[in-house]
Design a protein around this ligand. Structure first.
Ligand code: GDP
Ligand code: MG
Length: 177
């Protein structure tokens, strides 16, 4: 048997308006827990998921904004060293959808060049859904990034794993530039 190589490790930042479900998605994906009553200001720094990608052991840190998004206080240091950024909007909340533009601007200013970006529409289980899949796809096209859908409530968070694979692929492409 091949000796275990050192784990690869990367950092994915999750941003988006307050209340869109960032903490719920990370917690559900990594720990399998879901609760309706997250205290908005009590965030986590990050949660680590161990994945196997292309025969490599990879540790992925999903960084949460710990409530700072309320104060627009996400600084450059936060994005430092990130290989991926996920912008989450809530498909029942038009303002959060419109604010994706603001988050993309932030990312362009602060995140390292070539950072992989994805847009995730959250709460797709909700009957109050007002932003369609095609609107989400169109928005992602505008930013040349991929679009995914998720529901922490229903445990539909596989897109976080898919995004980790895409980040890995993006890193390999950059390495070959
Ligand atoms: P954050 O501020 O972006 O971290 O959002 P939270 O994860 O704290 O979620 C805010 C609230 O949205 C939660 O208290 C839940 O009531 C609700 N929520 C989160 N995820 C879902 C989901 O997948 N479906 C539905 N219907 N509600 C959700
Ligand atoms: Mg939160």
């Amino acid at each position: 048997m091949k000796p275990d190589r050192l784990d690869r490790f990367f950092k994915i930042i999750v941003v988006g308006d307050p209340g869109v479900g960032k903490t719920s998605l990370i917690t559900k994906y990594v720990d399998g827990d879901y609760s309706e009553s997250h205290m908005p200001t009590i965030g986590i720094d990050f949660k680590t998921k161990k994945l196997r990608i292309k025969d490599e052991k990879v540790k992925v840190q999903f960084w949460d904004t710990a409530g700072q998004e309320r104060f627009l206080n996400i600084t450059q240091s936060y994005y430092k060293g990130a290989q991926g950024v996920i912008v989450v909007y809530d498909c029942t909340n038009l303002e959060s959808f419109r604010n994706v533009k603001k988050w993309m601007k932030e990312i362009d200013q602060h995140a390292p060049l070539n950072t992989y970006k994805a847009i995730v529409a959250s709460k797709t289980d909700s009957e109050e859904k007002i932003i369609s899949c095609s609107e989400g796809c169109k928005l992602a096209e505008d930013y040349s990034c991929q679009y995914f859908e998720a529901s922490a409530k229903l445990g539909e968070t596989e897109c976080f794993g898919q995004i980790a694979h895409e980040v890995f692929r993006n890193m390999e492409n950059i390495a070959h530039l």
